[in-house]
Design a protein around this ligand. Structure first.
Ligand code: PMT
Length: 400
C-alpha cells in the first residue's frame, strides 16, 4: 500500500480534493491530509477525516492532538507528497524555502517525490513571478500537474483551473514510478481502438509504397491503455513488433484494409486513436505481374485513399476521436487545421523527418491540441509518452 500525504491549501478547488482522497483510497493508497489555515475556510477538516479515515493535520506544533505526528515523522511516513490545490502563495513559499506552517515545513522535511496541482486565477498564474516560482520548483524536481484552461470561479477564462481529480490520479500513475499506486484502472470500462504502424500499398507482387512508421508509438499507446484498465483493439499495419498480451490484434496491409477494419470495429468503441501513418495515396493499379525495367521513366498514377480518421469523426455516435499529425514544418498550424477540418476531439502533433523522435525511434515529443487548450510533452521514450497521452485523454473525456 502506498502512503500519500495530501496537502490542501486555500482555494475554491479545495472541494475537489475530497474526491481526490476518495479516488486515491480506491486505488489502494493510504492517505493523510494536511490543511493550511486558509484551506479550512473552504472545506472542513472533518470531511477529509471521514474520507481518509485518518485525523487531519493542521498545526505545526499540535500538542492537543492525541498521537500527533511531528512534521519530521509525517514527512518520513510519506511515499509521496501531493499538494492539491496548490495556491500561488504555497508555490512561492516552496520555491523559496519558507517554512512558517505545517505544510511548507513538511515540504522541506520531505525526501519523497513531490507533486503540486496549481489552482488560481488566470492572471495570477500568468504573472511572471508565479511562472518563475514554477520554473524554480521544476528545477528542484517538483512535478507540476496542470493547471487546466477553462472557466474560472472568479468569472474569468484561462489557465488556472486545478486538474480534475481523475486526471491528477492518472498523472501520478503516468509518472516514472508506475507502481506508485497498486491499481491503475482509470480507463476501466473504456473500449479503445488504436491504429498503428504504416500501410503498404502494392505496386506489383514484389514492390510497394510505404513510410518509415515502426508502430512503436501506437503499440506503446495500446500497452498504456491496457494498463489503465481499458479493453483494447489494435489495428496494425506491417511492423516487427509483438502486440501486448490481452490486446485484440487485427493485422492489415493497405490503407483500404485499415479503413475496413477500423469501420467494422468503431461502433462499439468509446475512444479512437489514429496513430497509424496511413498512406494518403495508393497506386490506381497494382500490377498482377512484376513491372519490367523498360523505359527510362516510369509513371505511377496514384489515387487518394479514404481518410479513416475523418470517417470515424464524421459518425454521429462517434467515440472520443484522437488524431495524430506528423509534420516537417508549421506543426501547430497544420495540426490545428486537421483538428478542425477532421472534426476531432484532440490531435497529437509530432515533428518528423528530423534527426530525433517521430518515425522509427525510441523517443518522441508531442504537442497536443484540442478546441480550447493545448499541452506539450517533451522528448521522452514512447512508453512514457504514451502513458502521459492516455492520462490526458482520460482527463479530456471527463471535460467534454
Ligand atoms: O510508428 P512510429 O515509428 O512509432 O512513429 C510514430 C508516428 C510518427 C507514425 C506517429 O506518432 C504519428 O504521427 N502518426 C500519424 C502519422 C500520419 O499519418 O500523420 P498525418 O499528419 O499524415 O495524418 C493525420 C491523421 O490522419 C493521423 O491520425 C492519421 O492516422 C490519419 N489518417 C491519415 C490518412 C488517411 N488516409 N487516414 C487517416 O486516418
Amino acid at each position: 500500500m502506498k502512503r500519500i500525504l495530501l496537502g490542501v491549501t486555500g482555494g475554491i478547488a479545495a472541494y475537489k480534493s475530497a474526491e481526490l482522497v476518495r479516488l486515491l483510497r480506491k486505488q489502494g493508497a493510504e492517505v493523510q491530509v494536511v490543511m493550511t489555515k486558509s484551506a479550512m475556510q473552504f472545506i472542513s477538516p472533518l470531511t477529509f477525516q471521514a474520507l481518509s479515515g485518518n485525523p487531519v493535520h493542521t498545526e505545526l506544533l499540535d500538542a492537543d492532538v492525541e498521537n500527533a505526528m511531528g512534521h519530521i515523522s509525517l514527512a518520513r511516513w510519506a511515499d509521496l507528497l501531493l499538494i492539491a490545490p496548490a495556491t500561488a502563495n504555497i508555490l512561492a513559499k516552496l520555491a523559496h524555502g519558507l517554512a512558517d506552517d505545517l505544510l511548507s515545513t513538511l515540504y522541506l522535511a520531505a525526501t519523497c517525490p513531490v507533486y503540486v496541482a496549481p489552482a488560481m486565477n488566470q492572471a495570477m498564474w500568468n504573472k511572471m513571478v508565479t511562472q518563475e516560482n514554477i520554473q524554480t520548483l521544476h528545477r528542484h524536481g517538483v512535478k507540476v500537474i496542470g493547471p487546466e484552461q477553462g472557466d474560472q470561479a472568479c468569472g474569468e477564462t484561462g489557465y488556472g483551473r486545478m486538474s480534475e481529480p481523475m486526471a491528477i490520479c492518472a498523472q501520478l500513475l503516468a509518472n516514472d514510478k508506475p507502481d506508485l499506486l497498486t491499481i491503475s484502472q482509470y480507463l476501466k470500462g473504456h473500449k479503445i481502438l488504436i491504429s498503428a504502424g504504416p500501410t503498404c500499398e502494392p505496386l506489383d507482387p514484389v514492390r510497394y509504397l510505404t513510410n518509415r512508421s515502426s508502430g512503436k508509438m501506437g503499440y506503446a499507446l495500446a500497452t498504456a491503455a491496457l494498463k489503465a484498465g481499458a479493453e483494447v483493439t489494435l489495428i496494425s499495419g506491417p511492423v516487427a513488433l509483438t502486440a501486448p498480451a490481452g490486446v485484440e490484434l487485427i493485422k492489415v496491409t493497405t490503407a483500404e484494409e485499415m479503413y475496413q477494419a477500423v469501420m467494422s470495429k468503431v461502433a462499439t468503441q468509446t475512444i479512437y486513436i489514429g496513430a497509424a501513418a496511413v498512406a494518403d495515396y495508393s497506386p490506381v493499379l497494382s500490377q498482377p505481374e512484376k513491372i519490367k525495367k523498360q523505359a527510362d521513366q516510369l509513371t505511377i498514377v496514384l489515387q487518394k485513399n479514404k481518410d479513416i480518421l475523418a470517417a470515424v469523426a464524421a459518425d454521429t455516435s462517434r467515440p472520443f476521436t484522437v488524431g495524430f499529425a506528423a509534420e516537417t514544418h508549421d506543426l501547430e498550424t497544420y495540426a490545428r487545421d486537421k483538428l478542425t477540418r477532421k472534426n476531432l476531439d484532440m490531435i497529437a502533433a509530432n515533428w518528423v523527418g528530423q534527426e530525433q523522435g517521430g518515425f522509427d525511434s525510441e523517443e518522441n515529443a508531442l504537442q497536443v491540441f484540442w478546441a480550447n487548450g493545448d499541452k506539450s510533452f517533451p522528448m521522452t521514450d514512447k512508453t512514457q509518452l504514451a502513458k502521459q497521452l492516455m492520462a490526458l485523454i482520460a482527463e479530456r473525456i471527463q471535460a467534454v
